[in-house]
Write a protein that binds this ligand. Structure first.
Ligand SMILES: Cc1ncc(COP(=O)(O)O)c(C=O)c1O
Length: 367
């Protein structure tokens, strides 16, 4: 087992691709951002006369209360901590929990940040096996039995993303509750719900509902996805008040900036925008699935704002081909899924460009 830290490689950026391929327009479908921004957020930013010379609020209790009210399940401001993206919350939990004697269990093909931040703490990363039951919707997603089998007396933390990135799979809450019930209570569990808001309402039963019951549970959420604020870096953690107080000892005093706090409060209440974003996402998902089916391309779980599809041995050439046409998607070699590519669901016009060149590529090659 090597503890070498691998660098996180973000999606290519638009300017670099424009320059490299001498393109006038580049479409980025690589980092699972919302293609839209709330109009209320835009008009707030335009009108704001905020004094940039002042530090932001270090403990924005009103925003904590608004978030708590919105998520429900009897949460209060004391259950919430705000972070510079939900990544910061993951990092605070890891820093407050892991050391060189700890083991952390991370499901195979998980969001890479989990491994990076755990290794920075010198913890031993144990990888659980993916679900390989092709009949289930969870193919290559998280296998809770495998996680359970990997638990030892040194296990301190378990990461579970639900829905998961990059596999896009989803585990019903009843399995998660059963898992929490049987594992030793001294092991902390992070339920990463960065993509929760994209779930169909019939699946929206959050692990937050288990927080009052399981003191070892942390849930994280993001404003970078459906709320459309990726650039401002804001996310939050939810746990029992004692855990939250402990995490606050590890955070920098001004970890979230003023605009992040204000716009999070605005986006949270822009229900029209959230509903429209969700509708755009499900329409795009239907459209992409149809195209992949037509081209006989297999894809994984479809519960998020992206779709991970199997391009087989063509994945490298397809990725490169799309780049030359000005479409950035995401290769998944780093996630040990070299035959797969991940494409975010974008605006109708950006999706059209991706579909055009995807079809063009497959028309010109044999899989
Ligand atoms: C599963 C998962 N968790 C957390 C994050 C981090 O989100 P944030 O922008 O809130 O730091 C991402 C971002 O892509 C993600 O895919």
């Amino acid at each position: 087992m090597t503890n070498k830290i691998k660098k996180y490689t973000p999606g290519f950026n638009i300017h670099d691709v424009e320059k490299k391929y001498n393109l006038k327009k580049v479409v980025k479908l690589a980092s699972n951002e919302n293609p839209f921004i709330s109009k209320d957020v835009i008009s707030y930013i335009k009108k704001s006369t905020h004094k940039l010379n002042l530090y932001p609020d270090s403990n924005p209790v009103n925003l904590h209360s608004e978030i708590a009210k919105l998520i429900g399940y009897r949460m209060t401001n004391k259950n919430i901590i705000l972070g510079n993206g939900s990544n910061e919350i993951l990092e605070l939990i890891v820093r407050s929990t892991l050391n060189h004697k700890s083991e952390v269990i991370i499901p195979k093909h998980s969001f890479l940040v989990y491994e990076i931040i755990s290794k920075i703490q010198h913890a031993k990363v144990i990888t659980s096996k993916p679900d390989t039951n092709k009949k289930e919707n969870n193919y290559l997603g998280i296998d809770l039995n495998s996680i359970y089998e990997k638990i030892t007396s040194n296990t301190k933390l378990i990461f579970i993303a639900n829905p998961a990135n990059p596999t896009g799979t989803y585990l019903p809450l009843k399995y998660i509750e059963e898992f929490l019930r049987i594992i030793p209570k001294k092991i902390l569990v992070i339920l990463d719900e960065a993509y929760y808001e994209y779930l169909d309402s019939s699946f929206q039963k959050s692990a937050v509902s288990l927080i009052n019951k399981y003191k070892n549970l942390y849930v994280t959420r993001s404003f970078s996805k459906i709320y459309g604020l990726a650039s401002l870096r804001v996310g939050y953690g939810i746990s029992n008040p004692e855990n939250i107080e402990k995490l606050k000892l590890y955070k920098q005093p001004f970890n979230t900036n003023y605009f992040a706090q204000q716009t999070a409060g605005i986006a949270l209440k822009d229900f029209h925008f959230i509903n429209e974003s969700k509708k755009n996402n499900s329409d795009a998902m239907q459209q992409f699935k149809k195209v992949f089916d037509e081209l006989s391309i297999n894809y994984l779980g479809t519960y998020c704002n992206f779709i991970t599809f199997r391009a087989g041995t063509c994945s490298g050439s397809l990725f490169e081909y799309l780049l030359t046409k000005g479409v950035i998607i995401r290769p998944l070699n780093n996630y040990k899924l070299p035959e797969y590519l991940r494409v975010s669901l974008g605006s109708p016009s950006d999706n059209k460009v991706f579909i055009k060149y995807l079809k063009e590529f497959y028309d010109g090659t044999t899989k």
